[in-house]
Structure formats: C-alpha cells, structure tokens
Design a protein around this ligand. Sequence first.
Ligand SMILES: NC(=O)c1ccc[n+]([C@@H]2O[C@H](COP(=O)([O-])OP(=O)(O)OC[C@H]3O[C@@H](n4cnc5c(N)ncnc54)[C@H](O)[C@@H]3O)[C@@H](O)[C@H]2O)c1
Length: 312
Amino acid sequence: VRVAVFGGAGFIGSHVVSHLVMNPNNHISIFDNFSQGNQLSESDRFRVKIFEGDMTRTTSVKKFISTFDPERIYHLVANSNIADSVDNPDLDYRNTLLSTLSLCEVLPAYPVNELIFASSSAVYAQSLTSVTEMSPMSPISNYGWMKLASEKALKASAMSGNIKRLLIARFPNVTGARLTHGVVFDLVRKLIDNPKDLQVLGDGQQTKPYMLAETLVEIISKILNLSWSESLTLNISSTDRISVQDIVKVILEESGFAPQVHYQTTPYGWKGDVPNYDLDTTLLRSLLPDLKLSSSFDAIRQSVRLSLSSQD
Ligand SMILES: NC(=O)c1ccc[n+]([C@@H]2O[C@H](COP(=O)([O-])OP(=O)(O)OC[C@H]3O[C@@H](n4cnc5c(N)ncnc54)[C@H](O)[C@@H]3O)[C@@H](O)[C@H]2O)c1
C-alpha cells in the first residue's frame, strides 16, 4: 500500500511509521515541516521518502500527493502546544485547521481510499462523565474548535467522494517514547534540570486517560482491517485514568529523586485545559471484542522509564 503520513516526523507520526515499516509491502512517504524536530528512528529514516513542506500551503500538499499518489493518508499535523495557542490562536488557525483545509482542497483531484484523522477529546463539551461519540461537542479551547472544524471539513470531503473511508479517531492523552510535549515530557525535563524543586502545572488533581503511542497505532491498524465504509468516528482510550499527582509519584519512584513538589491552586494546567475527562469506549470494544485495552498507569510508568533513559 502507498501510505502518506502528514506529521510523520512528530511523536505519534514516528510511531505510525515504525508500525508501517514492519510490512515490506508498504511504500511510505512523510510530509512534515520539522517544527518539532525529527522523531523518526535512525533505521526508519531509510525506509521512508521524506518531503519537507508546510501543510498550510496547498501547492506543497499538491506536489507531495501528486508525486507519491497515496492510497492511504494519515493526517497528524496540528499545533501540539495547546497552552501556547491560548495567547497565539494563529498557531491553531494555521497548523490545526488550515493544514486540513489545504488537504481538502487537493483531494478532489487526487481522491484517496483511506484517510485517518488524529482528532481529540478536546472536541467535546467539558464533562466529568464518560463521553460517547454522540455526546455534545462544545470545545473550550481554540485547539478543540479547530479539531472539530477539521473533522467537519473532512466529512464533507468524504461525502463528496474524495475519501472512500474516513476514520476520525479521537485520541486520549498519548505518551511513550520520542515525546515532543505533554505532562511526562514536561515534568521529566524539569526534574533533570532541577532535581530539588518540581513545579507542576495545576493542582495535580487533573485526571485523564493515557495510552502508549504504539498501542494507539496498533488499534488504528486493527480498525482499518475491519470492513466498514464511508466514515467512522471513534473514541480510542484506555481502561482507567490517572491523576497528575499520581504521575508525579511514578516519576519520583522511577527517577529516585526527592524534590519539593510545588502545585498551583488552579485546577487547570493552562487556560483551555480540560482537567478531567473520560472517553467512553463502548463502540471501540464492540468493533474489536477481543481487544484488551491497556491501563493509563502502565502507559505512564513505561513512558516515564523511556523518558528517563533517553536523558542518560
Ligand atoms: N499527543 C497527544 O496526546 C494527542 C492527543 C490527541 C490528539 N493528538 C493529535 O495527534 C497528532 C499528532 O500529535 P503529536 O503528539 O505527535 O504532536 P507532534 O507535534 O509531535 O506532531 C505533529 C507534527 O506535525 C508537524 N507540523 C506542525 N505544523 C505543520 C505544518 N504547518 N506543516 C507541516 N508539518 C507540520 C510537526 O513538525 C510535527 O512533526 C496531532 O494532530 C495532535 O493534535 C495528539
């Protein structure tokens, strides 16, 4: 299969590539502007065709797609620094939404069999209880709105026949090796810089589901192997949730450091943060009845170990 990965040099993108290279029949190309560096492993770099470009530019997207003629597209490009986009919403208008619109503009001339879109729990209204795919959507961040708008634009493109099968996957918090951002990345880096004091964003009560990127990518691949048509919107999540306080505990256990831990009084890590959410996975489990969902605690422990060992 000819597969194109937009955002393939990023954290999750690099795991998508690692999964795809296991099948020698895959011909993989990636499109990225390398704004978050290059997370592709040394060996994977030799297996993919790399195209450097800005996805907000339709001409670049068109050049890439006409060159590699993909049958399947993963669209993982977005602004991943949600906190920064509070003060600078342009980051989301461009990298989260305009990237999607450029793709939609090019697809009529180059229709594709499958497109997987990396969406987020941020599209839902703020909620403490479990949200299903049908729950009301009313984001509280610029990022969430741009993801929701992207979902709609891609659905319209699929309805016009430009995408045969569209998978809108709403991810939990994703963690693991080769992180470019997120709570584990942030706290481990701060602790290595200053083992005496650890400043935590928010009051530590924020409780969310976490999944390893490689687990997420495997689940997506299993979904693609099923027969479904047109468009599928799917929550992907783990069995449980973990609080930031417990994440801090795991980091201290694994690192052996004993800093003074400083929490803030606000429940939010940043403006627009959804401090508590839970994704209902009934649909996912009905599609893959044999799937054993993983736990957030295990994902965090594994991710902390990987982050600490990459600092050595
Ligand atoms: N990591 C998570 O917890 C999480 C949760 C929900 C959804 N997502 C979504 O998954 C996708 C991948 O996230 P990630 O964590 O790997 O982030 P990431 O920042 O590591 O990856 C995004 C990639 O897109 C590239 N990029 C950004 N703007 C670009 C542009 N204009 N043109 C070309 N390339 C550009 C970056 O260089 C980067 O390689 C994103 O769409 C993100 O919103 C991530």
